[in-house]
Design a protein around this ligand. Sequence first.
Ligand code: PBG
Length: 311
Amino acid sequence: MSAPELIRIVSRDSPMALAQVERVRAELAALYPNTATEVVPVRTTGDKWLGDLSKVEGKGAFTKEVDAALLAGEADLAVHCVKDIPADRPLPAGTTFAAFLERDDIRDALVHPDGLTLDQLPEGTRIGTSSVRRVAQLASSHPHVTCIPFRGNANRRLAKLAAGEADALLLAVAGLHRIGRPDVISETLGPETMCPPIGAGVLALQCREGDTATIDAVGALNHPGTFREVTAERMFLHVLQGHCNSPIAGYATAHRNGDLSLRACVFTPDGKTVLNAHEWAGPLDPATLGTSVAVTLLRQGARELIDSIAH
Ligand SMILES: NCc1[nH]cc(CCC(=O)O)c1CC(=O)O
C-alpha cells in the first residue's frame, strides 16, 4: 500500500495529548518508514475554560477546535481520547473514525500524597474531581469523603494537589502513564469500585471522510477487539442520550472466544440510586449489545433519572 508522504496530526496541546500523538507517530513510523508526520497542536475550549464545563458547551469542549482544524484541511488526522468525544450525536459532519488503537488500562487511580488507599481516607478528605461519574460513585461507596471541583489537565491537577488545594485526586491510570507519572498512584481502583467512563483508555484516529489515502493508511493501526468494545460502549451512550451532568459509566470487554460483554451503570448524583446492567453478546454485533444494555437501563428508569438531573 502506498501511504501519504506526509500526515499532519492535530490534537489538544496538553502534555497528555501530545504524548498520545507521539504514540500514533511511532506506530505510523513503524508501518510506513517513508511517511513523515507533523504535529499541529490546538488549544481547546475545555483547556482554556477552567470553570464548570456545563457552562460552556460541555460536550465537545475538548474536541471542537481539533475537529475544526481537521475539517479546514490544516491537518489530516485528529487524535482524540474516545472518552472526550460526545456519543449522543454523530461525529462532526465530514469526519469519520479511521481506527481505534489498542486499549490501555481502563481503571481510575487514587492519588494520595501519603499513599493512603480509598478505604483508609479519613473523614472529610477533600478529593479533587469535577467528574459527575466519580463524584456519584464516591458518594455511594465512601460518603465520608468530600469531592471538590477540580479542573485542568492532569499535570495541572497534580500541581494543585501538591500545592494543597485538595487532599487526594482521582485520575485515569492510562493518563498518568501517558504523562510519565504512574509513580503518584496510591491505589488502582477496580471497575467494581469505580466504574470507568465510556471509551476509557482508548485513542481514536479521526480523518476527513473523503481522504481515503489517509483513512486507508491509518486504518492499519486499528485494533479489532478495541473497535468492538468502543462500538458497543458508544452505541450504549448514544441510545441512553445522557447530558454532561449525568453520571454514566460502563465498559465492554472483548473476550478471547469472540464474545463481547458490556456492563453499564447510571447513578443519581448523590449515588443513592444505582441502575446496573450486564449483558453478553455472542453472535450479536457490538452495536446491538450497546443498544440492548441501554434499553435494559431505560426500562429500569434511566430516562427519568437522567432527565431529573439539572443541566
Ligand atoms: N477528561 C480528560 C481525560 N480524557 C481522557 C483521560 C484519560 C485517558 C483515557 O481514558 O484515554 C483524561 C484524564 C482523566 O480523566 O484522568
